[in-house]
Every structure is written in C-alpha cells, then in structure tokens.
Design a protein around this ligand. Sequence first.
Ligand code: WQD
Length: 330
Amino acid sequence: MTWLITGGAGYIGAHVVRAMTEAGERAVVYDDLSTGIAGRLPAEVPLVTGSTLDADLVARTLKDHAVTGVVHLAAKKQVGESVEQPLRYYHQNMEGLRVLLEAVVEAGVPSFVFSSSAAVYGMPDVDLVTEETPCLPMSPYGETKLAGEWLVRATGSANGLATASLRYFNVAGAASPELADTGVYNLVPMVFEKLTAGAAPRVFGADYATPDGTCVRDYIHVVDVAEAHVATARRLAAAAPGTDLTLNVGRGEGVSVREMTDLINDVTGYATPAEVTGRRPGDPARVVAAADRVATELGWTAKRDVREMVASAWAGWVRLHPEAGARPGV
Ligand code: WQD
C-alpha cells in the first residue's frame, strides 16, 4: 500500500512516517510546511508541499502517487489559539478535512486514519476515560477534532471506506533529537524552557482533588503513538468496507505535574524546585485513558515509560539549545 501522510513533516507526523517506512509501508508526505520541517523526512520519502484546502493538488497527489490509504494529521493544534481564532481553526481543521475526504472518495481510496485528541472529552469526571465517555470539548480545537471524527465516520459509512479516529493523550519524547518537538506549548518543553533560562518551572495549581494536588495526565511516547498508526493502517487495510474505529491512544497510567517536574529535574540534572502558581483556566484535574479497547482492536500497547519520554525530549531540546546541556551535572 501507499499511504499519504498529511502533516507528515510535523512532530508527530514525522514519527509516523518513520514508523511506517520502517515497517515496510510506502509513504508520501503532504504538508504545507507552516510548522512542519522538510528536514525531518527520510530522503526517499516524497514530499508534496501544499494545503489540504487545495482540492486540485490533493486530487493530483492521490492520483500521481497511486495512494491507497490516508493518515491525516495536518491541522492547527493550539488550544488557546483556537479560542482566539475559532474561524481559522474551523477553516483549517474542518474544511481542510472535508476537502481531503471529498478527494479521497472521488479517487476511491479505501482507508482513512484521522488524528484526533483527548481534547474531545473536555473535563471528564471519571477515573479512566473510555471511548464511550461523553465528549464535551472545551475549545474550538477540541470541537474540530470531535466534529472531524463525525465527518470521517459518516463519509466512511456512506462510501464504504474503512476509517479510524485515534484520540491521542499527552504526547511527549522523540525517536531521535532531530525529530523532537520544536514547539514550547506543552508541559515538558515549558519546564525545559524555564530550567534553561535559570528560572523555576511553573506548576499551574496544586489544589486539585488529586493525590498530590496537581493535575494528572496520561503521557505517551511519540514513538508508541507512531507505532499505533502502523497497527491501525494494517488493521484498516484488512477491514471490511464501512468499518470505523474510535480508539484512545494512551498508556492508561496517570502521572501528576509534580511527578513530571521532579522527574525532569532528575533526568536533566537541574535541581530547580518548581513554583506553584494559580490554576490555568480550563484545565481538567485528571485525564487518563482506558487503553483496553486499543489493545484489543489493534494488539498494540505502549512500551515506553515517562523517563524515556523526558530523556529523549531533553536530547532534542539540548540539540536546539546547546547552552542547556552545558550545566554542571548534565
Ligand atoms: C499538562 C499539564 C497543565 C505547563 C493539551 C491539549 C490536548 C493535547 C495536549 C493537542 C496541565 C500543566 C503545563 C506548565 C504546568 N493537545 N502545566 N506548567 O493541557 O493536558 O493538553 O496538549 O493536540 O488537547 O489540551 O497539556 O502539556 O499543556 O499540560 O503545570 O508550565 O501540565 O496545567 O495540567 P494538556 P499541557
């Protein structure tokens, strides 16, 4: 099969490309390079530079490369920005998906994997979030992911595609330093940034109803996430037309912000105590996946622990910020 990987030059996408090619699948990347980096891609993987909003280019790419499956990761993904710019998020994420699906149906591509997010759940009031937990997204970003799932499912059902929506939990780490996340929007890089600047990392609230008072999340290594895509691709390739899977991609293990900041100090050799500040608006106390459905459906479970996530993310950070690694003891 030949898989078109939209957003394949992005942080998660480039890991998906690597995992797919290592597993012997053919990959073609489609990316507008707005945040993606062409240098993340292996030389043998073709890159088409363009937007999923460009119907002609999408259609031509599917045909020229004889694409037989699509993994769609290309999207805007900053929660806060989506609150300020909902129209932009709906345009990029929903219209971009709609245009792509139209071309997929027209070209007769039988398999479609959609990159979704735990953001669809909003503020879940359960210990472990199952795929049946009600979805009440708290941001336009989360709304576009939930509505995206609906559109993917409906299109698959109406046209006989095999489809899957993968709800990623908190992705961290890197396969190698060059593939590391360059954004500073999530806990791990935000703590790295503070430590490198000689400042105290911030803990957004220590008065939650959790064991240590700080928020609990399900952190998952990006290589595990990438391998879940390979398993999904193979599952869909063998699935009956109209099959639709909605799967949590998490480890099923909660880790608190306090545990993460302590671990990061340990791994990096910094010993800067974190400073507790006020809560960040909109943060749920606990979001941890029930990971049994994904294990049953795909035979996939995450293999890498939080220490591997932090250590590999740190190697990527030091590559971009060499001064960070010059600390004594690091
Ligand atoms: C994790 C925890 C913060 C920085 C978001 C999106 C989600 C997905 C992943 C999309 C929270 C706390 C953070 C800091 C802190 N994205 N924190 N100090 O909010 O769980 O999930 O990213 O595709 O949809 O919502 O991730 O990494 O921002 O925060 O205390 O300096 O770390 O309050 O509890 P979040 P995050």
